[in-house]
Design a protein around this ligand. Sequence first.
Ligand SMILES: Cc1cc2nc3c(=O)[nH]c(=O)nc-3n(C[C@H](O)[C@H](O)[C@H](O)COP(=O)(O)OP(=O)(O)OC[C@H]3O[C@@H](n4cnc5c(N)ncnc54)[C@H](O)[C@@H]3O)c2cc1C
Length: 390
Amino acid sequence: MKTQIGIIGGGPSGLLLSQLLHKQGIDSVVLEKHSRAYVLGRIRAGVLEHGFADLMREAGVGARMDAEGEVHTGFDIAYDGMRHHVDLKGLTGGNSVIVYGQADLTRDLYDAREKTGGAVIHGVENVQPCDLTSDNPFITFEKDGEKQRLDCDYIIGADGFHGVSRKAIPRDKIKEFERVYPFGWLGVLSETKPVSPELIYAKHERGFALCSLRSQMLSRYYIQVPLSKTVQDWSDDAFWAELKKRLPEDVSSQLETGPSIEKSIAPLRSFVAEPMRYGNMFLAGDAAHIVPPTGARGLNSAASDIYYLYHAMLDHYKKGDDAGLENYSQKALARVWKGQRFSWWMTMLLHNFPETSGFDRKLQQTDLDYLFSSDSAMKSLAENYVGLPF
Ligand SMILES: Cc1cc2nc3c(=O)[nH]c(=O)nc-3n(C[C@H](O)[C@H](O)[C@H](O)COP(=O)(O)OP(=O)(O)OC[C@H]3O[C@@H](n4cnc5c(N)ncnc54)[C@H](O)[C@@H]3O)c2cc1C
């Protein structure tokens, strides 16, 4: 089998790049380890930067997002029983975010690839990117027990944090930077009316909580939990009771509870691998970097990688100009690190750290007081939250 771009991973990064390239007549094949149903069953991101939304429209898959996604022009931070409003629109001169579930946008991308005959091969095993530093890289994999080979001009490693692409780079050619946080997020999805039309981030002495949503009939709530417990240790009742304790009274009294339709614990980690290119393989999205979900940057950082890669590929194939490919890693990482800084800062600001000293707690309170009393600090938060320019 032969294609121009061999993409490992059929998550949002791989599918979005494949669809964008298709619109420009550039051929790709996507290799995905799991079934489509499995990929669509993962409940993850929900807050899209306006730049990401524009990229979806450019890929010709923005219609459902625009019709069903919710434009959010602000959110609240609850602290000390008070709610502080972050007016994203006012603070950024008109920008906002769109709340639209990752599963929905992935479905839109799958549908678009299917409609146009795009090659997305599910259920592949033993995927291996090979000959990466040659002009003829290829990917080997097994499908239904049969060994296959995909020859391509370039390989994109978009196979998430646990994928094979990053691991195929020799250890002395890649540097990894990591911070692991001593807690996770227990998330519950429920078919209940969201307690607030916009997101509420809550900082509380019992731990962080987030009231989020996917639509006005589908709520997504999170609480910070120790990693010593498993999801089985949390009954729905225990989750709702703990969430209520962490929210201001005017919010908890309005909270509609119901059975969870999905419940999971996500550990929190900051991670970046540098560089994001090895020979003719380019890493994109979670394969190269992950953030704690606090600042809603993960999927959005993946989108900026795709934006740079897409333009680099266009320049290569349409103009014979390789500057974009040469500069990809440097350009992508510059934005990735800004997303890392913001996610780390939001995480440090809003969570309880079991081992922190009195000094660190005082600094955290001062950071919050400063934020709520300074227009400049609020502007910086809003500018990062809606997404820095690509
Ligand atoms: C609880 C939670 C909440 C989040 N909330 C937000 C948010 O609000 N906003 C935000 O921006 N981000 C958020 N994120 C992060 C976001 O979900 C990820 O950044 C996003 O999924 C990255 O997309 P990706 O395509 O790069 O990687 P993935 O979605 O991980 O996709 C990689 C794909 O590669 C496949 N794969 C893996 N190994 C192989 C292999 N060997 N061969 C072939 N295929 C393989 C996988 O099956 C997968 O489908 C959240 C994440 C979590 C866990």
